[in-house]
Design a protein around this ligand. Structure first.
Ligand code: GAR
Length: 179
């Protein structure tokens, strides 16, 4: 199976789920040197990198993609918008993202809080290709769940992440098998 690379900014629970699924990861990169996801990568002996400066980050990641012959770039809690130049340097359908809402609803940061504040009856998880916009690329898969009256951002996040961990790694695997 082809290799992927993962970009992240935080905890890396989706990275962990992807590793556990047996998907080959060439490298992990973060804009945040303290991201727990980098520790998960190191523990799994996956080369890991971090650069804070956005242009340096994107320049280095593009070089690594070529060096490692990466076939799919996976955003797993990467909380910064990729530049148009970066996205356009790669083939279409090369970058995928997971987002905790039923896109096109509740784009951007705090998607779970946005759904609660909006008194939405349902929310969910979206896996989509990444284009130049914010959470706007074509949708690959969605799963929805009902928001309960007693749900808080934390309880809803836990339920959504449990879905993400299966849905994202399964989707990545099926994209790699198809290519
Ligand atoms: C995930 O829940 C993902 O849906 C969200 O960040 C979390 C990262 O968790 N992504 C976004 O909100 C993107 N706009 P993780 O670091 O534990 O995988």
């Amino acid at each position: 199976m082809h290799n992927i690379a993962v970009l992240l900014s935080g905890n890396g629970s989706n990275l962990k789920a992807i590793i556990d699924k047996g998907i080959n990861i060439s490298f992990v990169a973060s804009n945040n040197s303290k991201a727990l996801g980098l520790k998960i990568a190191k523990n799994a002996n996956i080369p890991s990198y971090s650069w804070k400066n956005i242009s340096e980050f994107e320049e280095k990641v593009l070089k690594l993609i070529i060096e490692y012959d990466v076939k799919l770039l996976v955003l797993a809690g990467y909380m910064r918008l990729l530049s148009k130049n970066f996205v356009n340097s790669l083939p279409s359908k090369f970058i995928v993202n997971v987002h905790p809402s039923l896109l096109p609803k509740y784009k951007g940061m705090n998607a779970i809080k946005q759904a609660i504040d909006d008194c939405a009856e349902y929310t969910g998880v979206t896996i989509h290709y990444v284009d130049e916009g914010m959470d706007s690329g074509s949708i690959i898969k969605q799963n929805s769940i009902k928001i309960n009256e007693i749900d808080t951002v934390e309880t809803l996040r836990d339920r959504l992440q449990a879905i993400e961990h299966c849905l994202y790694s399964d989707t990545i695997k099926s994209i790699l098998i198809k290519d």
